[in-house]
Design a protein around this ligand. Structure first.
Ligand code: KIV
Length: 277
């Protein structure tokens, strides 16, 4: 584990922005991956509802349940004690009533052990955000491309590409900030719009597919490490190609097992047992 890494707090998010200190934020959904991220310099982990697609093989994120989220948040919290953990609120866990939203957020904090919750939506969810914050739970917003409502958005499309939709994004961001959100994920928007949002807010903008002029860069870990093979968005840079490396390793294992060269004595228990050769 990196010795100097100290877990970020909610208050550090604003401090980092004030100091123009950029940071990184990736997904994890299990103990082993979380412990690897914890050993890196990455400051923030999202247990995102993208787990539906990446881990559970669903076609989207809307089918993910609150129980599934909590099931995955717990091991990540255990695996990454020096990393700030965000628990995503899945579709249906906060859009029925404010009371429901507070109950769901409570479960993510109490049963999951996350450091905050994240939910998708702008102006329309400002009252929900304010109520969760009032209940004592830090909230991260998420605007732009909101995967839970892609059916309403007409698919996985860049948002804020017209002056009107860029204005709406700015209004969403301001409403979330006023409601008490401590940071906002902005997904799939033109770089110039993300830059303007970053300038307009006092809370950090965490960009995914939002260009370089934001406070923090976000990526889905299985995308950036080349593990998830179904789909690669344009904004994902492959920092490694673990899928290829894993397939190669598995094939090497298969070849050696087939040839009988694995396991060699080095990987076997070689005790002599009377009556056996
Ligand atoms: O669930 C997720 O992975 C997300 C990111 C795309 C920010 O919400």
């Amino acid at each position: 584990m990196s010795e100097t890494k100290k877990k970020m707090s909610v208050l550090d998010f604003r401090k980092y922005k004030e100091q123009s200190k950029k940071f990184t934020y990736v997904t994890a959904y299990d103990y082993t991956t979380a412990s690897i991220v914890n050993d890196s310099q990455t400051e923030v982990i999202l247990v995102g509802d993208s787990l539906g697609m990446v881990m559970l093989g669903y076609s989207g994120t809307t089918g993910v349940t609150l129980d599934e989220m909590i099931h995955h948040i717990r091991p990540v919290v255990k695996g990454a004690p020096n990393t700030f953990i965000v628990g995503d609120m899945p579709f249906g866990s906060y859009n029925v009533s404010i009371e429901d939203a507070i109950k769901s957020a409570n479960r993510i904090m109490k049963e999951g052990g996350a450091d905050c919750v994240k939910l998708e939506g702008g102006v329309e969810f400002a009252d929900t955000v304010a109520a969760i914050v009032k209940a004592g739970i830090p909230v991260m917003g998420h605007i732009g491309l909101t995967p839970q409502t892609t059916s309403q958005l007409g698919g996985f499309k860049v948002q804020g590409g017209t002056p009107e939709s860029a204005e709406k994004l700015l209004a969403d961001a301001k409403a979330l900030e006023a409601a008490g959100a401590f940071s906002i994920v902005v997904e799939c928007v033109p770089s110039v719009v993300a830059k303007a949002l970053t300038k307009a807010l006092t809370i950090p903008v965490l960009g995914i597919g939002a260009g370089p002029d934001v406070d923090c860069q976000v990526l889905v870990l299985q995308d950036m490490l080349g593990m998830y093979g179904d789909f690669k968005p344009k904004f994902v840079k492959l920092y490694a190609n673990l899928r290829t490396a894993m397939v190669e390793a598995l094939n090497e294992f298969h070849t050696e097992a087939e040839a009988g060269t694995f396991p060699s004595p080095e990987y076997s228990f070689n005790a002599k047992v009377e009556g056996y050769e």
